[in-house]
Design a protein around this ligand. Sequence first.
Ligand code: PXL
Length: 291
Amino acid sequence: MTTPRVAAIHDLSGFGRCSLTIVMPTLSAMGVQCCPLPTAYLSTHTGGFTGSTFLDLTDQMAPVTAHWRQLELAFDAVYTGFMGSARQIGLTAAFLDAFCGKGRALAVVDPVMGDHGRPYRTYTPQMCRAMGELADRADVIVPNATEAALLLGVDWEQLRLDRAEDCRRWARALSLDGRRSVVLTGTALTPDAAGAVCYDRDTGSAELVSAPLAPGEFHGTGDLFASVLAGALVRGMSLVQGAQLAADFTSRCAARTGAQDLPRREGVDFEPLLWRLGQAMASDENRRTIQ
Ligand code: PXL
């Protein structure tokens, strides 16, 4: 098998485990080549730290896109996440237009905008609108409940994810009439499970996946989940298989982090478990589960 290749458009935050410091090792562990296009360098992520440095790399985005086009690079997927400005989101949309489409790269957009019912403090309404336009180009989106509410323009309180039928309905509503696949995270059908609902545009079905809910909440679990999903899709797994793997792995990493009582802002302690992703990717179909 040739090594699948993913272009990853995210920021690089030096400390705190999120975005590229999760995306790159996770894709590598899954046997996927990751080509990063860093949108900014920050000393830390912005959740729980103050005074982070910020080196804006937006001006590099169009030249990198042009150089990669000139080289006639082809990607199996383009995977996008956290954005720093509306301009960055527009340049990311231009990148998708350059590399994605029928017979070309799969566009996997994690429409990172917020959590717990609120946009992140750096996300303006203009940015949220631009993120909606970026997500319109996606083949697969991976929103949490807050981001789903922002994309749909509904009140977050309305978006209850504790009944299977409601979960399926919201996932279908996010699919733009079946044009894109959706993995909506944050489903909670029982108090001891965390999961996602997957609308697969290829099959037209909406299915639920879940894994044990780990106590505590850690920075970067959304990035970890979406990275595993993106890796699984380019390794040929179905949307539901990929989401189940992502749920299992994220659950294990969160449980490990919680057991050590690490500060939430330092992020999810995933590195010692990466070998499990390599194992799950072993060619034997039967081993495509986390054991
Ligand atoms: O995990 C999302 C994320 C990515 N990058 C930066 C962040 C956040 C969330 O707070 O601050 C810089």
